[in-house]
Design a protein around this ligand. Structure first.
Ligand code: ATP
Length: 542
């Protein structure tokens, strides 16, 4: 019998500072967070929310007022997607080139051997899916999240997309190990798309086995929940199950294939469409379908874009350019390197998706490459903003066939504005990390100077800013850095540190009516990117 214990995530997202996490007695290297603080209180959480108007159109939970206590009246809908977006007429599940559609119907291949729940996100269950945490202890739930149970209203789909991988057109990719179960509209009227990852082969599996292993699934679970808590737009993970199903992997890419255990995460996002979703349609000249998909995405997810407007695709592009710039600046503000910024991993909604070989930078190093197979460092952390332009340019190329010459020119000009958008947000975020208020001419220099010193001294990225929030101005003035501020001590070894401190103190003086405690409060408030230990969501591990 498994004894279930709920844990509260108490994570310091300091990259890989916590190298091991014990889950289920399983040792998982290289995770980004640690679990602490057992919380054995009851799980009675009620949400009193209004009944949803369009509950019959989309998935819904029939129980009034309370969170659902079982999956009996909890349904999904695939109808909103399938009513508009065409499906592959071939129904058999074999690997093939697929044309003229957005989805293929593909039923998950469930994990069968001793499936058990590893972790669930209480927040995702309760706040997004209207499910009481106790539901995760039911057999129905385990069956749902391991691909066994198809709830009413769900028609599992694999999405057809393409993409540029490492700068080169890779042709058809698609959901090779993911199944879109359907849309759930929660009681707050939000629509969320539920997807299993690791749930078996689809027509897009190419040479893959359709599976995911525990190690990478733990990373996806922890990092997406951590990113959400850092207030960075991201897909979320509801649950993680593991099994004794054997999955063979070359863990270190050295030809040594070892047996691992198959796992499945249940992920949720407002949408899973990517740049590659549009690229494949443009590449094969499926332009009517390109318009159909774009109109659908605009109607569903871009409220600021008027779908009847002739310039809507340019307006759409403008939003994606701006949001992508914001997202990458946010990544940089917490030292996050995605690792595989291919166009098929860049969401059209500019949320972080596909947690593969990501990493959090420890010592500040713009050349930090978390992906060991990225030999040339294409996706090094310092290159992410440039890759943003590359990917947006590929998006523009996909849109070009349906734009007139004037619109093309307009869209190209919008893309030219990307660096300014990016640097504006970057400056804003790093100013917040330094506790600066208002705007002065030298702010860029102050930030760049500090980053230069950090690079030269290999100072810890997160802790330098954290310790700057904790040290007083008079300690800085006297260059009296207490021993416990180890990151600042490292950086203080640089001969130009005192020059930077003088500039910083002068700049802090322009913060009217500010004090050390006010500055600290600001720099460590959950909305500040300096605050890497914002309160983390609750989850439990069994
Ligand atoms: N084990 C596998 N079996 C089948 N297809 C796979 C497997 N691993 C990756 N793929 C496919 O290879 C392509 C690129 O993989 P990538 O790692 O970027 O995606 P992913 O992590 O599987 O999915 P996502 O981007 O949705 O998180 C995708 O089309 C993906 O579905």
């Amino acid at each position: 019998m498994t004894q279930r214990i709920r844990f509260r995530f108490c994570c310091l997202i300091r990259g890989l500072a916590f190298p091991r996490l014990l889950l289920f007695g399983v040792s998982c290297p290289s995770v980004v967070c640690c679990l602490l603080l057992p919380d054995l209180e009851g799980s009675a959480h009620l949400l009193l929310l209004s009944r949803n108007k369009s509950k019959h159109e989309l998935g819904y939970c029939e129980t009034e007022a309370k969170l659902a206590l079982s999956l009996d009246f909890w349904t999904l809908s695939s109808e909103n997607l399938l009513a508009v977006l065409p499906v592959d007429p071939v129904k058999e599940n074999y690997v093939r080139k697929v044309k003229n559609c957005i989805f293929s119907i593909a039923v998950p291949t469930p994990l069968k051997s001793r499936v058990r729940l590893v972790a669930v996100s209480k927040e995702v269950l309760e706040d997004i899916l209207d499910l009481d945490l106790s539901v995760s202890e039911t057999d129905d739930f385990i069956q749902l999240v391991s691909g066994e149970k198809i709830v009413s209203g769900s028609i599992p789909l694999a999405h057809r997309y393409g993409g540029h991988q490492f700068g080169i057109w890779a042709g058809q990719l698609g959901d090779g190990r993911a199944h879109l179960l359907g849309t759930y509209m929660n009681r707050q009227g939000e629509k969320w798309e539920l997807q299993l990852k690791g749930s078996g082969k689809t027509p897009y599996s190419r040479n893959g086995d359709g599976r995911a292993v525990l190690r990478s699934s733990v990373r996806e679970f922890l990092c997406s929940e951590a990113m959400h808590s850092l207030r960075i737009p991201t897909s979320r993970v509801a649950s993680l199950v593991v099994s004794d199903n054997e999955v063979w992997r070359d863990q270190f890419y050295n030809g040594n294939i070892v047996k691992e255990r198959g796992a499945i995460v249940l992920r949720v996002a407002k949408s899973w469409f990517r740049i590659g979703s549009l690229e494949i349609l443009a590449h094969y000249g499926e332009l009517d379908l390109l318009r159909t998909l774009l109109d659908f995405i605009i109607r569903e997810h871009f409220p600021s874009v008027e779908v009847a407007e002739p310039n809507r695709y340019v307006d759409f592009f403008s939003v994606v350019v701006s949001e992508t710039a914001q997202l990458i600046a946010l990544w940089m503000s917490v030292g996050f390197a995605h690792g595989v910024c291919n166009t098929d991993n860049f969401s059209l909604l500019s949320i972080t998706i596909d947690y593969g070989p990501f990493g959090f930078m420890e010592a500040y190093n713009p050349d930090f490459v978390p992906n060991t197979s990225d030999d040339e460092g294409r996706y090094k952390i310092g290159n992410q903003a440039n890759i943003g332009i590359f990917n947006l340019n590929k998006l523009l190329q996909a849109l070009n066939p349906i734009l007139d010459p004037r619109q093309r020119q307009l869209a190209a000009q919008i893309l030219e504005g990307y660096p300014v958008l990016y640097y504006t947000r970057f400056r804003e975020l790093f100013k917040a990390k330094l506790g600066l208020l208002g705007e002065t001419k030298g702010d860029d220099d102050l930030i760049a100077f500090l980053l230069h010193l950090m690079e030269k001294t290999a100072a810890d990225f997160t802790m330098t800013f954290r310790q700057l929030s904790e040290i007083t101005q008079s300690q800085l003035q006297e260059l009296n850095i207490p021993q416990q501020f180890w990151a600042l001590n490292m950086i203080s070894k640089h001969k130009l540190f005192s020059a930077w401190v003088s500039q910083y103190l002068l700049r802090l003086k322009s913060n009217m009516n500010d004090s050390d405690s006010e500055r600290r409060k600001r720099m460590t408030s959950p909305s500040s990117p300096a605050c890497s230990s914002a309160s983390f969501p609750e989850a439990f591990c069994s």
